[in-house]
Design a protein around this ligand. Structure first.
Ligand code: PEP
Ligand code: MG
Length: 312
């Protein structure tokens, strides 16, 4: 193995010395939910709800949404599930949502920004999520995508609480939000870093463009530095910060993220066991040492080696 640690995982995400780091699944359908459970995920750190809207000619009713969400939540009775509200925009247009064409859809009205003009759409989704949470018995919390400021986070948290859902959080996927993590955590219950978009916006490199893929490497030390701001804010405020982007699925990077103060990792089902085993093979101190070394490295390749990996 390129780094030490047992190949087996006992099913509870924690470091060798017992620091809890939950190992969760990313899901976007009932099939994903079943795969996550079969893989041993302790819950869900990112439930993408776009599937419910994307092929719909008109907005799905609250009852339709309730049924669709309940089917995904049911395998997680008694377990934590973070439901993300609709992440649509000009790049993922919805048939029933008239949106202006935008020159730069990734920088336009997407994610939570859609709800500023159409709060009724968000409120109906929250009503459906609250009902599905009750139907399924899952421990549901809700988070918003594409949040830039603490004021936006506060606006969202107020609507989530008004819908009867106790735990509101936001994704950290815009660099400004990472730098304002402290102020954001003052107004929500948790945050989760979306490293796919955070890398895209930090490096100014389209995540869908192969020509700039090297910049979107999750081992980029500057990306890790942004995540360290979030981890430090989480430790200071005593509120949890997770990671739910692709970075969380890399077993060695999982140790670095734990060392940066992250307390949950959410990934595709296929990565669950390897990440759980990797965390179990290092103490929190070793994770912190790996994190410090990766942060100080000059390149993504050097960061990986510094954290205990081999040169790719
Ligand atoms: C992310 O941006 O890292 C993320 C998890 O969200 P999505 O991939 O759905 O944009
Ligand atoms: Mg994203």
């Amino acid at each position: 193995a390129e780094h030490g640690g047992p190949a087996e995982w006992n099913g509870t995400g924690e470091t060798a010395d017992g620091q809890r780091v939950k190992v969760l699944g990313n899901v976007g359908s009932q099939a994903d939910a079943e795969a996550a459970v079969a893989a041993g995920a302790e819950g869900v750190g990112l439930f993408r709800t776009e599937f419910c809207y994307l092929d719909a000619a008109s907005e799905p009713t609250v009852e339709q949404q309730r049924g669709a969400y309940t089917a995904v939540l049911e395998p997680f009775r008694g377990k934590p599930v973070v439901v993300r509200t609709l992440d649509a925009g000009a790049d993922k247009p919805l048939a029933f949502l008239a949106q202006e064409e935008e020159p730069n859809p990734a920088l336009g009205v997407r994610g939570l920004r859609v709800a500023f003009d159409r709060p009724d759409l968000l409120d109906r989704q929250l009503e459906a999520i609250a009902a599905a949470a009750a139907d399924s018995g899952a421990e549901v919390s809700v988070m918003a995508p594409m949040v830039a400021t603490a004021a936006e986070a506060a606006w969202f948290a107020e609507r989530v609480h008004a819908a009867g859902i106790a735990r509101a959080g936001v994704m950290i996927e815009i660099p400004a939000a990472a730098l304002a993590a402290r102020e954001i955590l003052d107004v929500v219950e948790f945050v989760s870093v979306g490293t796919n978009d955070l890398a895209q916006y930090a490096f100014g490199a389209d995540r869908q463009l192969g020509a700039v893929a090297e910049l979107n490497d999750p081992w980029q030390p500057a990306l890790l530095r942004l995540i360290s701001f979030v981890g430090e804010a989480a430790i200071e405020t005593g509120k949890p910060a997770g990671v739910c982007g692709e970075a969380a699925a890399d077993p060695l990077l999982a140790r670095v993220l734990a060392g940066l103060g992250v307390s949950s990792l959410s990934m595709n089902a296929a990565a669950v066991r390897a990440v759980g085993a990797s965390l179990a093979g290092a103490t929190l101190d070793e994770c912190r040492t790996a994190a410090r070394a990766a942060l100080a490295a000059p390149t993504p390749q050097a960061a990986r080696v510094a954290a205990g990996g081999v040169h790719p």
